[in-house]
Design a protein around this ligand. Structure first.
Ligand code: PHE
Length: 343
């Protein structure tokens, strides 16, 4: 090839190179020690001394032209490659993300919230308290005397002589009564964790959640309690549920009742869940004991009130047919995931 041809073909080859690798091949073919331009330089010895400088100059010009064309093309190809890389590496923010495998709200919390919501609609306030409580509010103010079996070491977790892990959310109620007296009406719902020295099994847990309600005012009667709890039972177990009261005993209520709801599984006909009775016990309740009101600072003896307390785990177990209370606490995703549909 003569110099003219080398120039033309070299520039054309640079024009056609579509990758940095191909461009490098062109560089080697034209500019390396064994390349066309080196070869053409070898022909210089055949020229006359007059022709040599001009030829040398032309070779240099050709070399520079090819070299600068190579550089320009290289820059262009590099920027194309960068663009492609940026395009390939770009994060498409419109793509759906990777879904983390998360659980769902524990049914205990959902039911607690549902109950809170129901009572809020009826004008109650939600009040919480501390899990570490004074004996005074857990027992004394609930009219539970010194020699009561619940006060025994084997039933209650004591921290010291006067301090314990509350055994019922009635402790929140005695505190609320004291804080609120002598004002009425008082309508509160008190959810919270409580602790008892029970051996854990399918139906017992040393820690569980209670939710208690308390109303104090003028003219509050047992039938108000029944109406309220009837609504509660229907909301939890279905519109066709009815409740009944059975006489019972609590230190802080008089009279006291045990509340049964007609069985939501067999509709009261009798089945395994209701032990063939058609009824399921769901909570304890009663009219607030006058002593409790008095100790809290209510001096108006015409005031009355009602209170009730339910175990949230028990309600959840009945509602969803859960047989082992420990299922709520062991964080087994297979258990918890079943409640997604209730959210
Ligand atoms: N505090 C009682 C319990 O823990 C429940 C209860 C509350 C009963 C309010 C009557 C009134 O079993």
């Amino acid at each position: 090839m003569d110099l003219k041809e080398i120039m033309e073909k070299g520039l054309a080859a640079i024009g056609h190179a579509h990758s940095l690798e191909a461009l490098n091949d062109v560089r080697i073919e034209y500019l390396s020690k064994k390349g066309h331009l080196t070869k053409v330089m070898g022909t210089m010895k055949d020229l006359s001394n007059d022709e040599k400088p001009l030829f040398g100059k032309r070779v240099n010009e050709a070399k520079e032209a090819i070299d600068s064309a190579l550089k320009a093309k290289q820059q262009q190809l590099e920027s194309v490659r960068l663009d492609e890389k940026m395009k390939a590496d770009a994060i498409d923010v419109t793509m759906p993300g990777t879904l983390f495998n998360i659980g769902t709200q524990n049914p205990i919390i959902s039911i607690q919230r549902e109950i809170e919501e129901l009572f809020r609609e009826m004008g109650y306030q939600v009040v919480e308290g501390d899990e570490v409580e004074l004996d005074l509010y857990n027992f004394e103010r609930a009219n539970i005397p010194q020699d009561h079996p619940a006060r025994e070491m084997q039933d209650t977790f004591y921290i010291d002589e006067h301090t314990l892990l509350r055994t019922h959310t009635t402790a929140i109620q005695t505190r609320t009564l004291e804080a609120y007296a002598p004002h009425v009406p008082l309508k509160v719902i008190c959810p919270g964790k409580v602790y008892r020295r029970d051996d854990d099994d399918a139906t017992h847990s040393h820690q569980f959640v209670q939710i208690e309600g308390l109303v104090v005012g003028h003219g509050i009667t047992l039938s108000d309690l029944k109406g309220t709890l009837s609504l509660f039972a229907k909301r939890m177990f279905g519109e066709s549920r009815v409740i009944r009261f059975r006489p019972s005993y609590f230190q802080f209520t008089e009279p006291s009742v045990e509340v049964d709801v007609s069985c939501h599984i067999c509709d009261g006909k009798g089945c395994n869940v209701c032990k063939q009775t058609g009824w399921i016990e769901i909570l304890g309740a009663g009219m607030v004991h006058p002593q409790v009101l008095k100790d809290a600072g209510y001096t108006d003896e015409t005031l009355t009130g009602f209170a009730f307390g339910a175990g949230v785990e028990r309600i959840a177990m009945l509602k969803y047919g859960i047989e082992d209370i420990r299922s709520f606490y062991i964080n087994d995703k297979r258990f918890i995931e079943q409640f997604k549909r209730y959210e």
